[in-house]
Design a protein around this ligand. Structure first.
Ligand code: UTP
Length: 402
């Protein structure tokens, strides 16, 4: 059955009742291009029931990193200098919590001067490339909603001093959004309401964009994938890369020591013997408070969306089905009278695959501790926790002039 024939599809049917014939033809054509199967995933909202058995996973902690830092760094710098490392900036999200109309990376985080989030991230990467003496290929994932604005912004700012030929943009896929009953929203009389399909499809989108040839030609063996909103993170960090290689792992994750047992952060552990991330809302109280012999939390390290993956392994897993997360969000839509509605509160679901689920597809993953005061300043909101305000304070603490 075509989606517009489905009697439960209230918005589509109501809008079609008011559209002209031509509009309806166009709408049908557009609806036909969409994979609607995700709407059936609403029933999978309670993911915990399908989880396996969790166990703690030991991290490489700061003490060890300090002691073996020079050794790790040398290995990492060698890989970078030999052109075996690439970086992937995930910038396809909508940043709805921040409420900026433009791409999140265009946010000015400066106070007395202009300093854009994208600019700060490029600078962080350049700390490494300056030391290594070679550029690291940077791949930037955008989505239909922000691609033009993102590429224009980079161009207008002369790529923030990074060699242009080493930056490649690619666009991720979109998925339909619906209300709490599973009824698809429309964004206009001829278009469904679509949103980026999460950050988990990044490698598949790179492949679709034809970038696999580029990776192979360049001989890239490691990809460091990171979020747009952590302005303090180190990118293509040679010590992290070197540690992952030295431990013989096929992936690594930067982690921070949890600030409190109930901190809202995904924890890296094992699930049925394989690396996995357990979300804070999936943790039982027993897991939250379990302690090791030395008194430290057993599930004590949270992920910060900065991962290193073996490129070969990514090629092996790229076609596999990923879990779909059903996420409550604010979804702008047109109502039955075709009037645009911009909700103040979440009004439905988006469907997202998440990069953290890739970790469970790896045979191993090295949890690599970083000092949160130096490397973890995510900007999710304007004020409060994980905000522009808190990130500015942390940046000042690191001696960055704003
Ligand atoms: P978030 O989970 O913070 O989502 O993304 P978001 O869309 O940026 O913000 P909110 O939740 O609407 O406020 C974490 C990282 O993943 C990227 C984001 O750009 C950010 O770097 N991301 C997210 C994508 O690249 N694509 C997506 O579909 C979603």
């Amino acid at each position: 059955m075509k989606i517009w024939e489905d009697k439960t599809q209230y918005y589509i049917r109501a809008v079609m009742g008011r559209n002209s014939e031509r509009e309806n033809e166009e709408l049908k054509k557009n609806l036909d291009k969409i994979d609607w199967s995700v709407l059936g995933r609403i029933t999978e909202k309670d993911a915990m029931s399908r989880r396996g058995s969790f166990a703690p996973l030991a991290a490489v902690e700061l003490d060890e990193i300090r002691a073996r830092g020079a050794e790790f760094k040398e290995i990492g710098l060698k890989a970078i200098r030999e052109g075996r490392v690439g970086a992937v900036l995930l910038a396809g999200g909508q940043g709805t919590r921040l409420g900026l109309e433009k791409p999140k990376g265009t946010l000015n985080i400066g106070i007395d001067r202009e300093l854009y989030l994208f600019e700060q991230l490029v600078r962080n990467l350049m700390d490494v490339t300056d030391e290594a003496g070679v550029p690291v290929p940077l791949y930037v994932m955008t989505s239909n909603i922000n691609h033009g604005d993102t590429t224009t912004f980079f161009e207008e700012h002369a790529y923030f001093g990074y060699p242009k030929e080493y930056i490649k943009f690619f666009v991720q896929e979109m998925a339909p959004a619906c209300d709490y009953e599973g009824r698809a929203y429309l964004a206009s009389p001829t278009q469904a309401a679509m949103s980026p399909n999460g950050n988990g499809g990044w490698f598949g989108s790179m492949v679709k964009a034809g970038l696999l040839d580029d990776l192979r030609e360049k001989g890239i063996e490691w990809l460091n994938v990171f979020a747009v909103d952590n302005c303090l993170q180190r990118i293509a960090d040679p010590v992290f890369i070197g540690a992952t290689i030295a431990y013989g792992c096929e992936s690594g994750a930067k982690v921070v020591r949890k600030a409190a047992p109930d901190e809202k952060i995904g924890v890296l552990c094992t699930e049925d013997g394989k690396p996995s991330i357990v979300e804070y809302y999936e943790m039982t109280e027993e897991m939250e408070t379990a302690r090791k012999e030395d008194g430290a939390l057993a599930y004590g390290f949270g992920v910060i969306l900065n991962y290193l993956f073996s490129e070969k392994k990514l090629e092996q897993i790229v076609g596999r089905n990923m879990q779909i997360h059903v996420v409550e969000k604010k979804i702008p839509y047109i109502d039955a009278d075709r009037k645009p509605v911009k909700p103040e509160q979440p009004n439905g679901y988006k469907f997202e695959a998440l990069v953290l689920d890739m970790v469970h597809m790896m045979d191993d993953c090295l949890p690599y501790e970083v000092d949160r005061a130096k490397e973890f300043a995510p900007i999710k909101n304007l004020h409060g926790t994980d905000s522009l305000d808190s990130a500015r304070e942390l940046m000042k603490g690191c001696g960055i002039e704003l």
